[in-house]
Structure formats: C-alpha cells, structure tokens
Design a protein around this ligand. Structure first.
Ligand SMILES: [Fe+2]
Ligand SMILES: [Fe+2]
Length: 300
C-alpha cells in the first residue's frame, strides 16, 4: 500500500479521536529546561514538586530496582542529586508520559504494553552503549514511546483491533502487516501523527514512524535501527504484549543489524547468545519497575 495513503488514513483517524489526550506540559518543560545551560537544581526540583503526582512517581521510580539506590530516597531534591540532570530528565519524562494512559485500557493490556515499552527502552539503551551511540538516554526515551500508535489503536479502534487478533489466532504474523490489511494504515503512521500533534522532536517522530523500517530513516537511521533490534529482542524474550505471535528471528537477515554493524564494526564480534542471556537478567527488573510505577493507577 502507498505510504502517502497510509499517512492520510492515519491522519483522518487521529483527527477522529475526539478525546485524544495531550501530553502533560511538564514533560516538554522538563526536556526544555534541562537543555538550557546553567540550569539550577532547585529550579528543576521546584518544577517537579509543582506537580504532586509527578513528584510522588519520581520518588517511587527512583527507588525501583532500575536505579538501585543503596538506601531509600525520600525527596525530589535527593533524587536529583542521586540521579543527576540527564537521568532526571529520563525519569520525569517517563513518569509524566505514563499519566497520559491512565484509565485507557483497550484491547491491549496496559501493563503488558508498558512492560514491552520499558523493555524496549532499557534494551535500546544497552544496545546504544554497545555501539557507542552518543546519546544513550535518548535511545531509552524513544524506546519507551516507540509504540504509542499501538495503544491508541487498541483503545480507539477496539472492534477492528479485536477482529484483527481473532483473524490470526494460532498463526505466525507480524502485527504491523495485519494492521495495514485491516485498517489501511498501521501503528507507525498513527504514532507519528500523535507524536507530531504532541510536538515531539523530529528524531523521536522518525523512530515512532519508522521503527519497523529503519532503512527508510534519514535523520537518524542508527537510532531507528537500535529501537528496531531492541523491539525484536523484547518480543523473543517475552517482553511483548501479545501482538506478535512469532518467537524467533535471524539477526543476519535484519536490516537494522546491517545498519548497526556499519555504524559500529565491533558489533560483528558480539556473542548474540550471551547478549540474550544478559537481557534475560534484566527482565525481572523491568517487570518490577512497571509494577512499582503502576501500583494503584488503573493498570491491571
Ligand atoms: Fe511497533
Ligand atoms: Fe514494539
């Protein structure tokens, strides 16, 4: 199907989502503020404290196994000192982003969706470190948001989404291909429209739109390839929301692998099996983190 037609269909669909939520302003403000040179710690702490839900969630998350503090951190300021500016951006963005989905359970179970999203975030960061991508924090953030189109599709197009899943029971399939067949568009185009509406930076938009076609990326193909591979790893390591009923892939055939090997020739020597075991070790940590973030906010 023509890309332009798919984009048009997605655009019309997103326009028809009458109660499409907005991304909390604090998320974009945190990103802006931390990009400013000479920003003071107190300034950032005050901004986070102005949003009590966010402040509480930051504290909860900084104490999760992902950040492993040696003793419990009880204040936003302490969290800032412990994590540093770069990490606090990561954390504040994540915390305010998850609020958008509060109470929006669609066909996809939100908890599984977040486990997948955080999984892709964490694995993207690990791959980014391996290939010495300069902004590992960005890799983590785009990993978290890469499938936003999916959760909206499952919420706003429940009937179509249900028929799609019913049609593939027991057979191997790639969700994105089925979406095109059933809806005339996919979560990539839908996600891209939403990301643009939310004024996400251009490289974030590109990953959301092209994480299943990294070789079409022009702004940052490396970043798209990182998220594409992280997505594949998470799907085969059971960090998936049931969207893909296939359990293996051949790295050598993946375009993302070729893109990354070109970027970082040392990757050719990677022991993939060992790498997968390493990722397995992180799975309970990701599940714990999702549990700690979502306690009591509507996810199952
Ligand atoms: Fe996806
Ligand atoms: Fe995904």
């Amino acid at each position: 199907m023509e890309k332009a037609a798919m984009m048009q269909t997605a655009q019309a669909m997103v326009e028809s989502f009458v109660d499409l939520p907005t991304i909390p302003q604090v998320a974009t403000r945190v990103i802006e503020l931390l990009d400013k040179p000479g920003v003071e710690l107190d300034e950032v702490a005050d901004m986070i404290l102005a949003d009590q839900v966010l402040a509480a969630r930051v504290i909860k998350m900084v104490n999760s196994p992902l950040y492993q503090p040696s003793h419990e951190i009880k204040s936003v300021k302490r969290a800032l000192i412990y994590l540093g500016f770069r990490h606090i951006r990561e954390l504040a963005f994540t915390c305010s982003f998850v609020d958008v989905f509060q109470g929006r359970d669609g066909i996809i179970d939100l908890k599984s969706f977040w486990e997948h999203s955080f999984g892709v975030g964490v694995v993207s960061k690990i791959i980014a470190q391996r290939v010495r991508y300069p902004d590992t924090e960005k890799a983590y953030l785009v990993g978290i948001v890469h499938d936003i189109g999916e959760v909206f599709l499952s919420y706003y197009r429940q009937n179509d989404f249900r028929s799609l899943l019913d049609s593939v029971q027991g057979q191997p399939f790639r969700l994105v291909e089925k979406e095109v067949q059933f809806l005339g568009t996919s979560h990539n185009e839908i996600g891209l429209c939403i990301a643009k509406k939310w004024n996400f930076p251009a490289d974030y938009c590109e990953v959301i739109g092209l994480h299943h076609a990294p070789d079409e990326a022009t702004l940052d193909p490396t970043l798209c390839a990182i998220v594409n591979l992280a997505d594949l790893f998470c799907c085969v390591r059971q960090l998936d929301y049931g969207g893909n009923s296939w359990v293996s892939f051949n790295l050598a055939e993946e375009r993302a692998w070729a893109i990354l090997k070109e970027y970082a020739p040392n990757l050719a020597a990677l022991d993939v099996e060992r790498f997968c075991y390493e990722l397995d070790d992180r799975v309970p940590e990701i599940e714990d983190m999702v549990r700690s973030i979502f306690q009591g906010i509507g996810a199952k």
